[in-house]
Every structure is written in structure tokens, then in C-alpha cells.
Design a binder for this molecule. Sequence first.
Ligand SMILES: Cc1ncc(COP(=O)(O)O)c(C=O)c1O
Length: 443
Amino acid sequence: MRPKVIGIDTKVKVLSGERTYVFFDNAASTPALERVKEKLEQVLPFYSNVERGIGYKSFVSTELFERAREKVKEFLNVPESHTVIFTKNTTEAINKLARKLKNYIGDGKVLTTEMEHHSNLLPWTQNYDTVVLPVDGNGRLDLNLMEDTLKREGGKVKLVAVSGASNVTGYPNPIYEIGEIAHRYGALLAVDGAQLVPHRRVDLSRGIDFLAFSAHKFYAPFGSGALIGRKDLLSQGKPESVGGGTVKFVSLDEVIWADLPEREEAGTPVILGAVALAEAMEVFQQWGMDELERVEEELHRELYRVLSSFERIEILGGERREDDFPVISFVTAGVSPYLISSVLSFEYAIGVRTGCFCAQPYVKKLLGVSSEDTEKVRQNLIKGRLPGLGAIRTSLSFYNTLEEIRLLRDALDDALHRKDFDYDYDEHLKAFVPRGFQFTLPF
Ligand SMILES: Cc1ncc(COP(=O)(O)O)c(C=O)c1O
């Protein structure tokens, strides 16, 4: 049975009164599953801190937390050589990895790519000598170029850090093949799985050395994420963050660090977040990732068909391929994407995302922005203004419907035929808002 999602019939205030919300920003965060909420309701009366508490609730919480770890291992087929460390999100996981690999990478290099989210770009460029692989004219990676680059670097590249799929174009990367290439040239593979894990079955035993992802993009938005990776490297050196939970023994002269994964989960871990994530994984195991893929592929095909039928819409990247993830970003000729998305929001209750989606180098490349325009964007951003360019991103999930896509089509048709927009920029909401519209909280 298709998993139930919380909030799909939520009514929100729009200019003309009220409408049922349509959520097309699933790549940013997904709503919670009904089953995840039920699980938390069941667990909450037994909630306690984990490890070493002597009391029934502490035993229950510790057991549930460790079972959550086991569920993650089972869901992603994590081999014995790897550990699962709970973090708060993908960004924290990748930053932790970057700090943990200081010894291993040393004065070697990291190869990452132009299509990365800032969270899989900055932790590398800010800490290491980095080679950034450019994308091709369609915004996709060229594996021959990756191989040539690794060959040319002659063993200097110690790590290839690549996203499982782009959060801008939905383009997937063949991670297992990339792993083989990386290993052939003496490098390890780290995968940013933020977009990958919610849409595809992932098998860590097939040459993935490290994987990071977030539960809030996987229907369990309760503050958890994970870094999964090789124990031999993650156990090196001091824990990345030290304090409670990271030690076996402490005196004023000596510290003996705890074993993995505890030594890398400083302080009280994200207990309920981990339990929520495990429940979401359980739900998708029962429903089947193949079915999820099938449903999303159908929705994606329709979304692509609808968007490409508009003359004034230009989809970023090249042609859609069948295995692309259900994410499409586009620009609207002659009118600001910020205005169009405001019409979608304030008049049709359709939620999308607008801007550069934390992937500025990639979006700039896809938009073909000149260095002059880049300077204008830079100045605008420094002054806290809208960048002046960007795109609209629509990202789908299995629970979206063809009817919702038809509503998007009608809304875009209306917005793109307008000559005037009775909207003003609102500094507080950081969006164009219809003149006279008052934003209020729903409760
Ligand atoms: C590809 C990718 N990587 C990393 C992140 C960062 O995830 P988080 O904000 O959960 O740390 C995102 C979030 O949108 C993403 O799409």
C-alpha cells in the first residue's frame, strides 16, 4: 500500500481565500509519513536519554536507538567494514567526514564536481587542494573526463566526492561506476546521498566508501542524518567533536576514546530522529523502492511534458532521461522567476523553490551567466538583495498527483500571460507578496 503522508490535504490562505496546498519542493524537505508520527507517539511515553541510564525507559530508548542503526545498515546494505554515525543532517555529516579525513588526504587532493550542492563543495574546497570536474553542456558528468583527470593527477587525488543525484536537475550519477574508476586510481569515493537515498535503492557494499544523507528529505523530519563510512578511517585520530559520550576513560592527564560509532556522536545523540528515520526506512522496505521509482517516474514524465510545452519556459540542462530523478528547474523568459513563483504560491497554493538551490556554480553554468552578470549577482547578494537571476525548481515525490501537475500547468499558464503583477517585494518574507495580502500563522 502506498505510504500515507501527513499534510497532503492542508488548506492554506491564498489571495482569494483558501486552497489545498500543493507541495512541489520535496527536494528541500519532505513531509513526514503518518507511520513515522505513529511510531513517535508510541515511543514518546518511553523516551529517555540513551546509554548507561539504569531504568526501564533508558533501556528502551537505548535499544530503539541501536535498532535504528541496524535498520539503516539493513536498508543500505552497509558492510561490516563500515559504521553508521548519526548526525543532524547531510551538511554536518560531510563536514565531519572532511575533518576526519585530514590525515588520510594530507597534502593530496579531493576531486569533486561542478554540479555539487554547496554542502558537498565547500567542505572540500575550504579544506583541501580540490579539483572541480566541470559538467558537460547538458549539466551532466563525463566519466571519461573524470578518468582522464584522475590519470593526469597521477595518484594525488585521494578522494572523489560526488552527489548521488543533483538537487537542481535531478541528474543521477552512476556512483558504482564512479567508485570503480576512483578505486582504479587509488582514490576513495564519498557520495552525497541527500537526493539519492529518498529515491533509489542504494547498496553500500558496492564500493561506496562514505555516504551522507538527511532524514528530513526522507519523510522523517526530526533532526537526524547520517554519515556511513569506513571504520578504519573514521576511527583515526581524536573524535571530531569531544565531550560526553565520546570516551571510555578520562583523567586530567589521560583520555581513552570510545569505539565507533559512539566516539563520533558527541553529547546526546538525535535519538528520536534516528527512530523516525528507521521507521521511514521500514515503511519503504514494505512498500518497495521499485514501486516508489515507478510512481515517481510517471509523475516526472508528465511534469517534463507539461513544462516543456510552454514556449516561455526553458528547462535547465538537456533532455530528460528515464532514470533522472523527479526534479526539474526552469527559467521563465522575460519575467522574474521570483514573481512567477509568488503567483504560484499566493494565488494557487503551490509551493516551489526559487533561486540557485545552494548550487550557485552549477546554476550559473546551466544559465550561461557571463562574468559581468556574475558580478551583479555577487553585489546583490552581498547587499542582501535578490540575486537578480535564478530559476524555479519543482521537485516531486511519490505522493504528488497528475492532478496537481495539471494545476501547476494552469497556474503557469495564467502567470505567464500576465502583463502586470500587483505584487511588492516583502523584506520579511523575502518574496514578492500581492499588494494588501497579510501573511499570518495558521494557529
Ligand atoms: C544534493 C544535496 N546535498 C546536500 C544537501 C544538504 O542537506 P542538509 O540541508 O540536510 O544538510 C542538500 C539539501 O538540499 C542536497 O540537495
